[in-house]
Design a protein around this ligand. Structure first.
Ligand code: SAM
Ligand code: SF4
Length: 451
């Protein structure tokens, strides 16, 4: 059998795309390998969101060129493919910078991989059209064994692209306009996953709460209605969704957090900044207080919900006072976790043209302060779990023999010592200790092994 090595960078949507590309290539006789050294086909599934992410790809390609040459000296051919958002944004430029690349394929074209690989054998190819046809309708379903090998938690992309055009962001250019998969197609995929043993699904989209897919009654369904339908799929115990935009957080979706037991009490809702001036310059289309009020509403519907967010520090024109507003918002909301980034100018985005770029040293300082504050809140949130008994879905072997690892409803990693439980079980666990990245607990009713 031929071997393929897929390396995905960036967001969870790329992880999902990488899996679907593996499914497409599985139909062409490729099996996956964890290392590039023995791969006949190496595919980099790239990310363009920040400069560093894009830069990493070229560094990696340089190494792979050497590997390709070494394999050739041994009489083995290697096909090198660049997929994902760098492929979309830079197209033929990639092959100009790194001629060892055989094929450049954008995120909307990977269902055409077999035909493109055949073409690549006759000469180098670039396919970065953003075609209107539905790639999801053309993708082969993964085999039950492949699903299980990926674990009992799965990602399912339900929405792609973005029409919001935040001033800093490349997504509308690399992933194209908003598109929602039809409900029936998503249900069929989730049913297949559940039949193979998946219990926990995370619905993905660049703007997942803008979901507006064709429903099973021919009408347009929003995300809340889609999740209510998925909650009926036998075996699906946990549902999450990411990433959401505050403007699309409607009342129906908030009510789902109150009413739908399978919908986990966790919400990732990026705000980016806490200053109204910066939010306006970012084209986020809401104020900091509107965000605070939204959070109040969500907490009223589901008081124990864990909140998470994304922040950008050093957006052009961000003053000390603007930054203090961001810290104030973080203090007010107290997130259970958050991602934070230094602003990175992206070619083709309006913010990259602004002349008020913030000094790198100041960005470093602000990022450190912001991360320190978020980390304090994260630790407080995790320590508050000690003594509580929560349901944990056991997902995999733990760090040490005799341990199993899983997640709380609040998306915290938990390790338990157990000789009797199995992966796939949902157990009530009493949390005994909070480490820096994991909680440690004991299945309720189980004797204290250390006593
Ligand atoms: N759709 C989501 C939203 O509305 O916030 C975000 C999707 S984006 C893939 C993930 C995160 O990357 C953003 O929330 C933002 O914090 C960060 N990001 C995007 N463009 C960036 C840039 N030019 N510089 C730094 N961070 C950026
Ligand atoms: Fe990018 Fe998210 Fe803004 Fe869309 S809503 S442009 S994906 S940051």
């Amino acid at each position: 059998m031929k071997k393929v090595h897929i390396k995905s960078y960036g967001c969870q949507m790329n992880v999902y795309d990488g899996q679907r590309m593996a499914d497409v290539l599985g139909g062409e006789g490729f099996e996956e390998t964890a290392t590039p050294d023995d791969a006949d086909l190496i595919l980099l599934n790239t990310c363009h969101i920040r400069e560093r992410a894009a830069h990493k790809v070229y560094t990696e390609l340089g190494k792979l060129r050497e590997l390709k040459q070494a394999r050739k000296a041994d009489g083995r051919e290697t096909t090198l493919v660049v997929a994902g958002c760098v492929a979309q944004a830079e197209g033929a430029e990639i092959q100009r910078r790194q001629p060892a690349v055989d094929l450049v394929v954008g995120p909307q074209a990977y269902h055409r991989l077999p035909a493109l690989l055949a073409e690549a054998r006759r000469g180098r190819v670039v396919d970065t059209d953003l075609p209107p046809d539905d790639k999801f309708g053309h993708l082969p379903a993964p085999k039950p064994a492949a699903i299980l090998a990926r674990g009992i938690s799965a990602f399912v992309t339900v929405q792609e692209g973005c029409d919001k055009f935040c001033a800093f962001c490349v997504v509308p250019y690399t992933r194209g306009a908003e598109f929602s998969r039809p409900v029936a197609q998503v249900v069929a995929e989730v049913e297949r996953l559940a039949q193979a043993g998946v219990q926990d699904v995370t619905l993905l989209g660049q703007n997942v709460n803008a979901y507006h897919g064709e429903g099973q009654d021919g009408r347009v369904w929003g995300l809340a209605r889609l999740m209510r339908r998925l909650a009926e799929v036998p075996g699906i115990a946990r549902i999450r969704y990411t990433t959401s935009h505050p403007r699309d957080m409607d009342d129906e979706l908030i009510a789902a957090h109150r009413d739908l037991p399978q919908l986990m009490p966790f919400l990732h809702l990026p705000v980016q900044a806490g200053s109204d001036g910066i939010l306006a310059a970012m084209n986020r289309k809401h104020t900091a207080d509107e965000y605070r009020r939204l959070i109040d509403k969500v907490r009223k519907a589901r008081p124990d919900i864990a909140l998470s967010s994304d922040f950008i520090v050093g957006f052009p024109g961000e003053s000390d006072a603007d930054f203090e507003e961001t810290l104030r918002l973080i203090e007010d909301v107290r997130f259970a976790s958050a991602y934070s980034f230094k602003y990175s100018p992206r070619p083709g985005t309006p913010a990259a043209e602004l002349e008020t770029q913030v000094e790198p040293a100041l960005m470093d300082e602000r990022l450190q302060r912001l991360q320190g504050l978020v980390e304090r809140h994260r630790q407080e949130f995790n320590h508050a779990m000690v003594g509580r008994t929560v349901e944990v879905l056991l997902e995999r072997a733990g760090r040490h023999p005799g341990q199993l690892a899983g997640k709380t409803p609040y998306l915290q990693a938990v390790q338990i010592e157990t000789a009797t439980h199995r992966i796939g079980e949902r157990v009530m666990v009493t949390i005994e200790r909070a480490g820096s990245n994991s909680l440690f607990g004991r299945a309720a009713g189980q004797p204290d092994l250390a006593a």
